[in-house]
Design a protein around this ligand. Structure first.
Ligand code: FES
Length: 116
């Protein structure tokens, strides 16, 4: 079973937060257009488990376009989710599989449940 995320044209380099419909507790994904590809991760920082954004769909980026956690400044590669600086250096964001279907973006809900 998959979860509809949004239309492809709604995803941009500034990111979008998506509430996941899997599991008993609310959880959130973040979706970005990066280097011509759509990347998705759970919106959970490996440092203290907090969301990375500072407001709805509001994410911080370094000048090099790395994703920066708004809590304590951990910095992540959008290609892999690897933390390259900050308090959880070497840890990774949980990557989510994205499926494109015509003009829409989908997340595999079973995969999401496994990884939450
Ligand atoms: S919770 Fe993200 S850097 Fe601390």
């Amino acid at each position: 079973m998959s979860q509809y995320v949004c239309k492809i044209e709604e995803v941009d380099e500034n990111g979008k937060e998506i509430r996941l419909m899997a599991g008993p507790m609310p959880s959130y994904a973040m979706v970005f257009l990066h280097a011509g590809r759509i990347r998705a991760f759970l919106n959970v920082c490996p440092h203290q488990g907090r969301p990375l954004n500072w407001g709805p769909d509001q994410f911080l980026f370094s000048p090099e376009r790395h994703l920066v956690c708004a809590q304590h400044g951990a910095t992540f590669l959008l290609e892999s989710g690897e933390c390259i600086s900050g308090p959880c250096r070497g840890a990774r964001l949980r990557s989510l599989e994205v499926r494109l279907d015509d003009d829409s973006v989908w997340l595999d809900q079973e995969l999401v449940q496994e990884r939450v």
